[in-house]
Design a protein. Structure first.
Lengths: 320, 679
């Protein structure tokens, strides 16, 4: 009896294989099923500001325009691939951290188009805690003075040099090369993830230890810790390319939105709304602060902001 | 719950090897120990190699692999990267083959998820509980009721913790990946269990898979399949199929010869023999394999959130980004609960299969069971049709308990005080700095200044001593490959961390293991702790680790020890407990004290399982290297993370290969020859 059962299964298996073989005969559907017309997929990078963008956009699209939205967790580089393939429709906040991919998809393949500025201004730089700068104010005059104080920044990881806390791998950066090219007595020690860097800064800040770190604005932690910037050589266009010869700081960045081309030209209300979406650093920090600082649910934080700022978001809703 | 990576221990030849008795008398002869020690050519060789290492390191002071023996692996990988991106939606390989796989994976996941969603939470709970009950026997026996009860509790707790939706996503992904891994594993296992040639081809593949950190192949998959469910699913299947295959093959090969003989004498041909005797006899091993496959699927499904799988893993990751330990921990608990659910259900099903095999086959019972499964199917259909209409599509909001904030407070208080608040002792941060300066830095400098040829010599000699010349050769080839890819210095940095982590793991593991084996109460307390440590997604404890020791290499090592120690503890305790009772009795009657018994009888007799534990430790510590890269471990782990998050093959892939090379090398060096004696 068992043999019979097994052979039935065998026949079924062969049948199944046959069906599979048949389907393989024809070309597969190249369009990914994730980015259908009925649902807008947002690429949501891992930082909290991005969560704030996504939460507000999602809530407004769902409540005001009745569009289904899915926010998918992905970092900048992967997000461009996803926009290209149609697995995601929108990047809400791009820091221009992957120029290679941006060039390939926007200029060469033309599968991704710009959605205009987000309104938030991104700024990257080198920062030290205020309590340290108060004691050594000369450090705020020029990066050159860092070499006078490098001994304060020594840790067991950096050996004889000062410890520079680098950024998470997917963020725009050329600090390692910068330290070398400017002849600074620091060792670049990268953070493995933003969360790790934040926790480390918090720990050092609470212990009132000196540290030098890659840091940026907007960033919700700025409400909790007080960091001041060490000026780097001024940014001029293209000065950081190639990174191995970079001798300048970072561009002050108009953060930009990107959209999948089919979505952007599809003439939907959702696409128009995304193009209209434009808010300030302060707005974003407010929502991000609620999410990370007060540990609110992103959805609740977005709802609260939406309730208080009707005049801001009304302009984003496309008119009939 | 069993450890996700115990397979090698299980698969080891259980019969005592013929080599050991030959060695035993040698060890038992105490006189002129030093003379014999020096007289042994192998130890002499080891001493010479060690001497060469030290002297050459002191003399040359620079260990870098010669530039002339390297190759540029970056440019071809960059080309491949570009080619993949350009042709991903036009080349025939993608159109006619890979895209089918990808679409199939996506469709299977979508279908299942929408089924789960349309059933609403009530439907999922009812059907899930019933399935667990049916798997446990579908009757009023304790087993069936307990399994059903576990399922019910797990579902309700997941809902109450406010993680219902991600739990369903993870469950859907889990079910698809378990089915695929089990099928693939069973097929491969069948092939290698029946045919010696397949066995020869597949064994090294499985061995490599076992030491390969899952991160290493996430990146190529992302490039081929883009981020999202398909990549996650395929990565999971690749990761989780080997234990199933290994144990299936083992079960087939170990089938009781008398049963086979009986089948032959009844005139069964080889196909009939396979179907009627060998496969049914291998069932127990196969269930064990399935169980392990499930556990590995679960740990991978969480990791796969890094490449867009969503679900609980993504929940954990997102919570960490905002430093919400409480949220991360709650999602982690849901993962542990899912593990409990799946583990108990399959274990109960396995036990029941055993019962069926031993008791006579009752027709009525079979019909009843059929009716139960039919009922479950019907119920599923009903719920799918009307579930959301009846119960709404979301878990009701007032049935949610929120203690994430209090967890946050508790964890923060704990880490703050342990971190630097302990009087006199300083706290963990000071210790971590000391550890870095006293252990890690010298070790790294030592490895980096040792000339490559001296290190290769040492590896070869150790390989030859513990294993065979083949182990030695493998080790050296792995080292050479690392040098060839221009990763020598970075790899030595990683190696120093792995070695330090390994020593800590083994010390902690063996100590706690001894305690567990000898003190009943410790064992009782430790068991659930170990289960949790092994199934809790590793991400969860990264942030507390930083709070405790800071973002540095020690943090990475600490995380690795937490992850790897449970397996070592388990194997050690098991080995000690299974020491021949006669030997224990004998030592008792000779009046040995507890300590004498431990050191004189138990530990020597359990030597073999401690070696297995060491080997497991190597594999597990190594698999944490990449995770450690996330919190300041740097070196190869960071390179893989960077490659992955930048989507850059030329940065991540060589580093991934180098980790695999280190893994294979350490695995061979810690795997005594006896284990592979049946090759």
């Amino acid at each position: 009896m068992r043999i019979k059962r097994v052979s039935t299964i065998g026949v079924a298996g062969v049948g199944l294989l046959g069906v599979l073989a048949l389907t393989t005969g024809c070309a597969a559907d190249t369009k990914a099923s994730g980015g259908g017309d009925d649902k807008v997929v947002l690429a949501e990078p891992s930082w909290v500001g991005a969560t704030a963008n996504a939460a507000v956009v999602k809530k407004l699209l769902e409540d005001e325009l009745d569009v289904k939205v899915e926010a998918k967790q992905m970092d900048e580089p992967v997000a461009f691939d996803a926009l290209n393939s149609g697995k995601a429709d929108v990047i809400l906040e791009d820091w221009h951290g992957v120029p290679k991919k941006q060039k390939k998809y926007v200029e060469e393949k033309k599968t991704v188009v710009s959605g205009g500025d987000l309104g938030v201004v991104g700024h990257i730089g080198w920062f030290v805690p205020k309590y340290y700068a108060d004691k050594h104010p000369d450090i705020l005059k020029s990066y050159k003075n860092l070499n006078k104080h490098y001994k304060d920044f020594k840790t067991s990881e950096s050996g004889d040099l000062g410890h520079f806390i680098g950024a998470a791998p997917s963020y725009s950066q050329h600090d390692k090369e910068l330290i070398k090219n400017l002849g600074l007595k620091f060792k670049h020690i990268p953070s493995g993830a933003e969360a790790a860097q934040l926790k480390e800064l918090k720990r050092l800040y609470d212990a009132k230890k000196p540290f030098l770190t890659y840091w940026w604005e907007p960033q919700w932690m700025n409400e909790k810790i007080d960091l001041v910037e060490v000026p780097l050589p001024k940014y001029t266009k293209g000065c950081e390319v190639p990174a191995s010869e970079a001798k300048c700081g970072y561009e002050t960045n108009q953060l930009e939105k990107f959209m999948n081309k089919d979505f952007a030209t599809g003439d939907s209300k959702a696409a128009e709304f995304i193009k209209n979406f434009h808010w300030s650093t302060k707005d974003q920090n407010e929502v991000a602060g609620m999410i990370a600082g007060k540990k609110m649910d992103p959805e609740d934080a977005a709802a609260k902001w939406i309730k208080d700022n009707k005049s801001t978001w009304e302009k984003w809703i496309p008119k009939d | 719950m069993s450890s996700p990576t115990l397979t090698k221990g299980e698969a080891a030849n259980p019969a005592p090897s013929s080599k050991e008795p030959a060695e035993a008398p040698q060890e038992a002869a105490p006189p002129s120990a030093l003379a014999r020690f020096l007289g042994n050519p192998k130890t002499l060789a080891l001493l010479v190699a060690a001497l060469v290492v030290v002297v050459s390191a002191l003399v040359t002071g620079d260990g870098t692999w010669p530039r002339s023996l390297t190759a540029d692996v970056e440019s071809p990988l960059n080309d491949l990267d570009n080619w993949l991106v350009d042709n991903r939606d036009s080349h025939w390989i993608f159109l006619y083959f890979l895209l089918h796989i990808s679409n199939f994976a996506q469709a299977a996941y979508d279908t299942l998820l929408s089924l789960l969603e349309s059933m609403s939470y009530v439907g999922v709970i009812v059907v899930g509980t019933l399935i667990a009950w049916a798997a446990g026997g579908a009757d009023r026996s304790r087993r069936a009721l307990r399994t059903g009860g576990t399922a019910l509790a797990v579902f309700v707790v997941c809902g109450a913790l406010d993680v219902w939706e991600p739990t369903m996503e993870t469950l859907a992904l889990m079910i698809v990946s378990i089915i695929l891994s089990a099928l693939l594993g069973a097929l491969l296992g069948l092939a290698s269990g029946v045919s010696d040639r397949f066995e020869k081809i597949l064994r090294p593949v499985f061995d490599t898979m076992q030491v390969m950190p899952a991160f290493a192949y996430l990146l190529p998959l992302v490039l081929m399949f883009d981020i999202g469910v398909p990549s996650a699913l395929i990565a999971t299947v690749i990761y989780a199929a080997p234990p199933m295959a290994r144990l299936t093959s083992l079960g087939l090969r170990q089938a009781d010869p008398t049963a086979l003989e009986a089948a032959t004498s009844l005139g069964a041909d080889s196909r009939q023999r396979l179907l009627t005797a060998r496969l049914p006899l291998a069932r127990k091993q196969m269930m064990l394999g399935l169980n392990q496959t499930i556990m590995m699927c679960l740990s991978m499904v969480v990791l796969a959130s890094l490449i867009g799988a969503g679900g609980l893993g993504s929940e954990v990751y997102e919570a960490l980004g905002a430093l919400k330990i409480g949220d991360a921990l709650v999602a982690g608990v849901a993962v542990v609960l899912l593990a409990v659910l799946l583990d108990r259900t399959t274990a109960a099903a396995g036990e029941r299969l055993d019962d069926v095999a031993t008791t006579s086959f009752s027709r009525a019972a079979a019909q009843l069971r059929l009716a139960v499964w039919g009922g479950i199917a019907a119920l599923t259909a009903v719920f799918a049709a009307v579930g959301t209409a009846v119960a709404g599509d979301e878990w009701p909001e007032n049935w949610v308990v929120d203690f994430t904030n209090s967890i946050d407070t508790a964890v923060n208080w704990f880490t703050d005080h342990l971190g630097s608040g302990i009087p006199l002792l300083g706290g963990t941060i000071t210790w971590a700095e000391g550890f870095t300066e006293i252990v890690l830095n010298p070790l790294r400098n030592g490895l980096q200044t040792t000339p490559w040829w001296a290190l290769a010599l040492l590896v070869a000699v150790i390989g030859w001593i513990v294993g065979t010349w083949r182990a030695a050769l493998t080790g050296v080839v792995c080292l050479a490959l690392i040098g060839w890819m221009r990763l020598w210095d970075v790899a030595m940095d990683t190696l120093s961390q792995v070695l330090a982590g390994l020593v800590l793991t083994v010390v902690v593991g063996v100590l706690v293991g001894v305690l567990c084996a000898r003190v009943e109460r410790v064992d009782k307390i430790m068991r659930p702790v170990l289960d949790t440590m092994q199934t809790m997604p590793q991400f969860v404890y990264l942030i507390p680790v930083i709070a405790l020791v800071g973002q540095n290499r020690t943090g990475g090592i600490l995380a690795a020890v937490v992850y790897a120690a449970p397996a070592v503890i388990r194997i050690t305790a098991q080995g000690l407990r299974h020491v021949d009772p006669a030997a224990m009795e004998a030592s008792n009657s000779l009046g040995a004290t507890g300590m004498q018994q431990l050191f004189g009888v138990q530990l020597p007799l359990a030597r073999k399982s401690i070696l297995v534990a060491l080997n497991q430790g190597v594999v597990l510590v190594l698999s944490m290297v990449v995770i450690a890269g996330l919190i300041g471990g740097g070196a190869l782990g960071y390179m893989v993370v960077r490659g992955l998050s930048k989507g850059d093959l030329s940065q991540g892939f060589p580093a991934g290969i180098a980790i695999v090379c280190l893994g294979i090398m350490l695995d061979r060096l810690s795997q005594p020859a006896a284990k592979r004696s049946r090759d």
